[in-house]
Design a protein around this ligand. Structure first.
Ligand code: ASP
Ligand code: MG
Length: 463
C-alpha cells in the first residue's frame, strides 16, 4: 500500500509534538509512505510579518528575528535528533538560517518586497522543518530523506503567492524524482512550496501543504492520502458555535470542496482536485487519536437520508451591489466585471444577478472590497453603464451542503423558512447548479443565529 501522510503546524508545534508526530509515522506507515510537512506552527505568519516589516528594520533587528526562528528549530534538534545526526542536521539549519538572513537583508537594502521575494521568504518555514523532521525519523529508526517541493518535482506557473502546478511536467518529474526512494525510505517533502519553470520558488497559497500532499499523491497514484489535523474530522458545523456538531464520517469530494471553499478552514480549497481526478480516497485524520478513522472523502455521493451534511459559515466577507439601467441587455458586462477583478487577483466568492438585469451582486473577501470597487470603477470609467456600487462590509455567507439535496424538492423552502423563523434577514441567495449547495448572505452579526437554526432543522433533529 502506498500512502501520503501530511502534517501541519499543529503537529509540529514544539519538540514534544514533533516527537509524537514522528511516532505516528512509525506506527501507521505502510510499505510505501511519503510524508509532507508544513512549517512549525506560527512560523509562516512570523515570516510573513518579517517580510512585510523588514524594510523598516535595521540589521541587528533582522539578525535577532532570524535568530529566534533558528532557536525554535534548534530546540527540536537538541531534544529529538540522535547524537549521530545532530551535527549534520545543525549544518542544514545553519545554512538555511544564513540564507534567510541574507534574503531579508537583501529585501531591506532594496527597500522593496515583490511577490516573488515574499514567496522566497515564506518558503523557509517548510524548508527548515522538513530536514529536521527527516532526521527525527532517522533517530527513531526510520530510513528517511528530505526533499523540497521543487526537488520532488512540483513545477508551477509564476503566479507567486498562489501558484498552480503545471501538470504535464509535474506528473513526470514527481514520478522520476520520488518513486525511486519508496522501496526503502520515507521521503519528507516540504508542503506549500514549489518552483516555477525558471526554478524560482513559488508558494501554493496559505494552507497549501494539503495541496502538496494531494499533488504528490496523485502523481504517484497513492492508495490513500491522510491529512492529519488538530480536529476530529470534518464536522457538520463549527463546534465552537454548535457544540452538538457531529463528525461527518463519509463525504464526497464535491461536498467537501464546497465546505472548504465556504469557510471550513480545515482544508485548502484546491486540495481535493488532484485526488478527485485520480479517485484517491482522502482521510482527515485526528492527530491526537490517530487510530480513529476520521472523515473519509471519496467519490461516492451516497444519497443518504440526511439531505444536508454540513453547514459552513464564511465570515469576513463583503457584498457589492452593482446598479445601472445601462446594464440591461448589454452583453458582456458581467464578464468585464469578473475580468477586472481577476486581473487584480480578487477572488469572487458568490455571484447573483437579478432577472431585470439592472443589478449584479457579488461577495468578495472583506480585505479585497476596496480594491474591488476601484477595479470596477476603473473598468467602466468613461461609460454610463454603472450608476452606483453599494457595499455592505459586514456580511457572512452560509453554505448549506449535501449531495442529498439534489433532486429533493422543498429543501430551499425548508432552509429559508428556518432562517426566517429565527428572525434573520437574507440579503442574497445563490444555488450552484450542482445542487449540492445552497448559499446565502446575511449580516455577519446574524450568522450564528442562522447557523443554529439550520443545524437544528436539518442535523441535530435526526438523532
Ligand atoms: N505553512 C503554510 C501556511 O501556514 C502552509 C500550510 O500550513 O499548509 O500557510
Ligand atoms: Mg502553516
Amino acid at each position: 500500500m502506498r500512502i501520503v501522510m501530511k502534517f501541519g503546524g499543529e503537529a509540529l508545534r514544539d519538540e514534544e509534538r514533533v516527537l509524537y508526530t514522528a511516532n505516528v509515522v512509525k506506527k501507521f506507515k505502510k510499505e510505501e509512505t511519503i510524508v509532507v510537512v508544513s512549517a512549525m506552527s506560527g512560523i509562516t505568519d512570523k515570516l510573513y510579518d518579517l517580510a512585510r516589516n523588514v524594510i523598516n528594520m535595521n540589521e541587528s533587528e533582522i539578525r535577532r528575528e532570524v535568530e529566534k526562528i533558528k532557536r525554535r528549530h534548534e530546540i527540536v534538534i537538541n531534544k529529538c535528533v540522535h547524537e549521530k545526526y545532530k551535527e549534520e542536521c545543525k549544518n542544514v539549519l545553519n545554512n538555511l538560517s544564513e540564507k534567510l538572513e541574507r534574503t531579508l537583508l537583501g529585501i531591506s537594502y532594496v527597500g522593496e518586497l515583490t511577490p516573488r521575494s515574499l514567496d522566497l521568504v515564506l518558503s523557509f518555514g517548510e524548508r527548515l522543518i522538513a530536514p529536521i523532521f527527516s532526521y527525527v525519523l532517522k533517530s527513531i529508526g526510520i530510513n528517511s530523506l528530505h526533499l523540497t517541493g521543487y526537488e520532488a518535482g512540483i513545477v508551477t506557473d509564476s503566479n507567486f503567492g498562489r501558484a498552480n502546478p503545471i501538470w504535464e511536467k509535474t506528473k513526470v518529474l514527481v514520478r522520476e524524482r520520488v518513486e525511486k526512494y519508496l522501496k526503502d525510505r520515507i521521503p519528507v517533502i516540504t508542503g506549500y512550496i514549489a518552483a516555477d519553470e525558471k526554478g524560482r520558488i513559488t508558494t501554493l497559497g496559505r494552507g497549501g501543504s494539503d495541496y502538496t500532499a494531494t499533488i504528490i499523491g496523485s502523481c504517484l497514484d497513492a492508495d490513500e492520502i491522510w491529512l492529519f489535523k488538530d480536529v476530529k474530522g470534518l464536522m457538520t458545523a463549527d463546534p465552537k458555535i454548535i457544540p452538538e456538531a457531529k463528525i461527518i464520517r463519509k463525504i464526497s469530494y464535491i461536498e467537501a470542496m464546497e465546505l472548504a471553499y465556504f469557510g471550513a478552514k480545515i482544508l485548502h480549497p484546491k486540495a481535493l482536485e488532484p485526488a478527485m481526478e485520480k479517485n484517491i480516497p482522502v482521510r482527515i485524520k485526528p492527530l491526537f487519536n490517530p487510530e480513529d478513522e476520521g472523515t473519509l472523502i471519496t467519490a461516492e455521493c451516497m444519497k443518504s437520508k440526511d439531505i444536508v451534511k454540513a453547514i459552513a459559515v464564511k465570515k469576513n466577507v463583503a457584498s457589492l451591489n452593482i446598479f445601472g439601467a445601462g446594464m440591461v441587455g448589454l452583453p458582456g458586462i458581467a464578464a468585464r466585471i469578473f475580468n477586472a477583478l481577476a486581473k487584480n487577483n480578487i477572488n469572487i466568492l458568490m455571484i447573483s444577478q437579478g432577472s431585470s438585469e439592472t443589478n449584479i451582486s457579488l461577495v468578495v473577501e472583506r480585505e479585497d472590497v476596496d480594491r474591488a470597487i476601484e477595479a470596477i470603477k476603473e473598468e467602466f470609467k468613461n461609460e454610463n453603464v454603472i450608476k452606483n456600487i453599494d457595499c455592505n462590509r459586514n456580511v457572512a455567507i452560509l453554505a448549506v451542503v449535501g449531495a442529498g439535496m439534489k433532486g429533493t424538492k422543498g429543501v430551499a423552502a425548508r432552509v429559508f423558512s428556518a432562517v426566517a423563523k429565527a428572525g434573520v434577514n437574507i440579503l442574497m441567495i445563490s444555488q450552484g447548479s450542482s445542487e449540492v449547495n445552497i448559499s446565502f448572505v446575511v449580516d455577519e452579526k446574524d450568522s450564528d443565529i442562522a447557523l443554529r437554526a439550520l443545524h437544528k432543522e436539518f442535523i441535530s433533529q435526526e438523532d
